[in-house]
Structures are given as C-alpha cells and as structure tokens.
Design a protein around this ligand. Structure first.
Ligand code: UDX
Length: 449
C-alpha cells in the first residue's frame, strides 16, 4: 500500500454515472491501485459500474433516488438531485473511516478524487478537512470555454448574435462563438448549469485525461489561472488495461466481421452514450451508408432513435439494402474496433473519449458534434489537427463525405496526419513521455498530501 511518512493513503473516488466519465475514473483507479493505493469507488446507484470486472477495487453504492428524473431531458435537475441525495451517505462513510483510524495504530490518510458533476464529494471533503482533487474527463479547452459563458452573457455576447458566430472568442483561440458549449440552449438553463458546476471548494489539484501536446494553449491558460498542480495523464486507455467499463454489453462479434473486411475500408459510426437522433435523420444516415458502397459498422444504441426501441425505424426495403453491406450493433468494443486494421474512418459525435481513442489509433474522422464540449473537440479535429471534417447529415452529403474520407486523396492526407498524431501519443504514454511522467508526479503529489 502506498505510504508516506508512516501513513497509508486511501483514495475515495467519486465518478458521475455517465459512460464517458465513468470510464476514465475506473481507468485511473486501476492505475492508482497498481501503485499500491487502496481505492473505494463511491458511485451513484444509477448506472452503477460492474464491480465484478474490477475485483481489486472496493465499491460503495450511494443511494441516489433519481428515479423519474430523465438524465437527457433534465440534465441539471438530475445532477442537482444526485448531488443532494448522495452527500450525507458519503459524509457518513468518510466519518466511519476517520473514526476507525482514530482507534487504530494503522493510520490511513484519505484523499477524495471527484468530478465536477459529483461536486458534493468536494464539499464533503472540505467539511471533513480532507484533500480533494478534480478529475476532468473532457478536453482542457472545455473548462475555460465553459467558465467564460457568464462573462460573455453579461457583455451581451452569449447567446451569440449571428454576426459573431464565425468570430474567434477573445482569449479562446482557435474557438469561435459557434463552438462554445450550450450555444443553442436556453440561456437560463445554461447559466444555472455553469453556476452549479463552477468549483466552490478548495481543490488541491486537477487531473486531466488529455495530453500536453494536444492542448498546450488551454493548459497554459488553466495553469495561469488556478495556482494548483495540473496533471495531464491521458489517454488513460493507452496506459491502463481494464476489463470492460461499459454500461451496455459489448457485441464482440463485430471484430470477427471486421477481420473479413479489406484494410482501411470500413467506416465505423458511433455517436457515444448520450446523443439521440430523430427517425428522419437516422434514415438519412442509413441511406448515406448504403449509397457510399463502403462497408460500415454502425452502433445504434437501443432507444437512441427517438420513438423506437432499436432499428425498427428502418423501412423494409432499406433494411434489405443494408444487409450484406455492413453491420449494425447495439454497442461495440470501441477501442478494439478503432485499433482494427479494417477501420478506415470514424464518424463520431466527437465526445472527448471517442476523440482521444481515434487520435490514439491514427483514425481520421467525420465529425457530427451535438453539444457540450463536442463542438470544441470537432474544431480541434477539423482545423487544428486537420484529421477530419464535418459531415452534413443528408444522404447525398454523407455518401460524398464517406468517399472523400475513405477513398480520396484528401482522406489519405488526413490519415497521414492522424498517424503522425498516433506516434506522438505513443511517445507521451511511454517511459519518459509527458503523460507517463505526469502520472508519476500525481502519485508523488498524493503521497505528499
Ligand atoms: C460524454 C459527452 O458527450 C462527451 O462530449 C464528454 O467529453 C464526455 O461525456 P459520451 O457522449 O458518451 O460522453 O462520449 P465519449 O466521451 O466519446 O465517450 C463514449 C465512450 O463510450 C467511449 O469511451 C467509447 O469507447 C465508448 N463506446 C461508445 C463503446 O465502448 N462502445 C460503443 O459502441 C460506443
């Protein structure tokens, strides 16, 4: 067990119940366990992780009572309820640990690692005099872009008028007003969310699942503003091997299907764990895939096409056309899919995990960002790293975009750039690389608390 000055360290890690957030927390927990920390994952009982996949970790379910609160329809309310309802239980649990220590000669210091969506854990840590560290599962760029919204609103520039949409936001180069989080949402809800999620407790440090070379400018900005250590330890999935962290069962049959496809011929389509499509849009996607004449692997999450359980929205003729040309699954082992030689392009909503996973495998992308940090990530992909372009969701446009990415010269150039990025990622995560070193520094930092 990790020890410093005769005291052992217990880490209480508090993930939010979103797929894109649970995964990096469990990956980090697995790494820190390998460094001899004892770990408790204190998690909401909504979307709980599968504890049997992580026998080395201790799991503490927190009764959340969010039933009836729809996470995608009422995001702010959902997290308000979760933070209110989980607080007391975590508080009592930490008191128990502290009391047990007071009565024992075997001393253990407790450090809390939480996310911005589980801010109650930071409050509880502060009340009990414990150190709290914030883990961020989205890009570093998202943080300043999110925090600047109240100021822009006060200046009359958010929501941005049409005349500003294409302009760069002062201080946020290369991001434009149109890339800002929640740009199309009702402003009252956005301000409420920003207010709720702005850290109000003293943090000992930040951990970011990003890489120094990807986001130098945003990281410099954050370091200048917050005078606490910032650890950049991504992409965690390239450093830590974990059993599946998926809430849904991964359909691994797609790997043997990929084995039969030509190298770099398949377009992989997945819009993450939260985005939903209207029936009309989903049908455009289906026709675009069919007409492109490229093999496709399409993840249609159950319930993600509004009004349908799964793929009943496909009219008979279209369903027949799709057969033999591609595969539709409910959930894929995405990291293995992207690492497969048959995959030539990734059509994505540009969630941060998906972005990092594609960059790590050198796979160029078709970008269809929806909300939150996804527009910023898409801007990185299309205009900074130049390894992808935005797709317009209309069947003719899709057909052209897939061909442009998979068979055109331009797509080949994007692949070359993506592969150069992949090489840099390999350096960052190997011995002496920036993420490797940052993880070591993080361990030393926690031991120093
Ligand atoms: C959310 C936000 O949308 C995202 O913008 C933010 O950065 C993190 O939280 P999500 O929409 O789920 O996440 O997207 P993303 O961050 O890409 O995470 C999805 C995860 O699910 C990835 O790790 C991906 O590998 C995994 N996945 C997705 C699968 O394992 N199988 C699938 O079929 C689809």
């Amino acid at each position: 067990m990790a020890e410093h000055g005769g005291r052992r360290r217990r880490l209480v890690m508090v993930p939010s119940p979103l797929q894109g957030h649970m995964t990096p927390m469990l990956q980090l927990a697995t790494y820190l366990h390998s460094q001899n920390f004892s770990i408790t994952i204190a998690h909401s009982d909504f979307n709980p992780p599968d504890s049997s996949n992580h026998p080395h970790l201790t799991f503490l379910p927190l009764p959340t009572n969010t039933s009836g609160t729809d996470i995608s329809a009422g995001f702010t309310n959902f997290f308000k309820t979760l933070n209110n309802n989980c607080k007391t239980h975590l508080h009592n649990h930490l008191i128990q640990i502290i009391n047990a220590q007071n009565n024992s000669s075997d001393k253990e210091s407790v450090v809390v690692i939480h996310e911005n969506l589980t801010f109650f854990a930071g409050i509880v840590a502060g009340d009990l005099g414990l150190s709290a560290i914030l883990l961020r599962g989205s890009s570093a760029a998202f943080f300043p872009a999110f925090n600047i919204i109240p100021q822009l609103h006060q200046d009359g520039n958010f929501p941005p008028p049409d005349s500003l949409l294409q302009e760069i936001v002062p201080g946020l180069y290369p991001f434009r007003y149109k890339d800002l989080p929640f740009v199309g949402r009702p402003i009252d809800q956005t301000l409420e969310l920003v207010n709720m999620l702005t850290p109000k407790t003293t943090l000992s440090a930040f951990i970011w699942n990003t890489i120094e070379f990807l986001e130098e400018s945003a990281l410099t900005q954050i370091r200048n503003e917050y005078k606490v250590p910032v650890f950049t330890i991504g992409p965690l999935h390239k450093i830590v091997t974990t059993c599946s962290t998926s809430f849904l069962e991964e359909d691994t049959s797609c790997i043997s299907w990929l084995d039969k496809q030509a190298p770099k011929s398949v377009v992989y389509v997945s819009l993450g764990s939260l985005a939903n499509l209207d029936e009309k849009v989903a049908i455009e996607v289906a026709w675009g895939l069919v007409n492109s004449n490229q093999p496709f692997l399409w993840v249609v999450r159950p319930g993600s096409v509004r009004g349908f359980e799964w793929i009943e929205f496909l009219p008979e003729g279209l369903a027949d056309e799709m057969k033999g040309r591609g595969l539709i699954v409910k959930w894929a082992p995405q990291k293995s899919v992207l690492a497969h030689n048959a995959v030539g392009g990734f059509w994505s909503h540009c969630g941060w995990n998906s972005t990092l996973e594609s960059v790590s495998e050198g796979v160029p992308m078709l970008c269809q960002p929806f909300d939150v940090d996804q527009l910023l990530n898409a801007r990185y992909l299309t205009d900074v790293w130049k390894m992808g372009f935005e797709v317009v969701v209309e069947r003719g446009e899709i057909e052209g975009a897939i061909k442009r990415l998979l068979v055109g010269k331009e797509g080949e150039e994007m692949r070359q750039r993506a592969m150069q990025m992949q090489e840099k990622v390999k350096v960052a995560v190997s011995d002496g690389g920036s993420s490797h070193n940052s993880l070591k520094d993080l361990v030393a930092f926690i031991l120093s608390l």
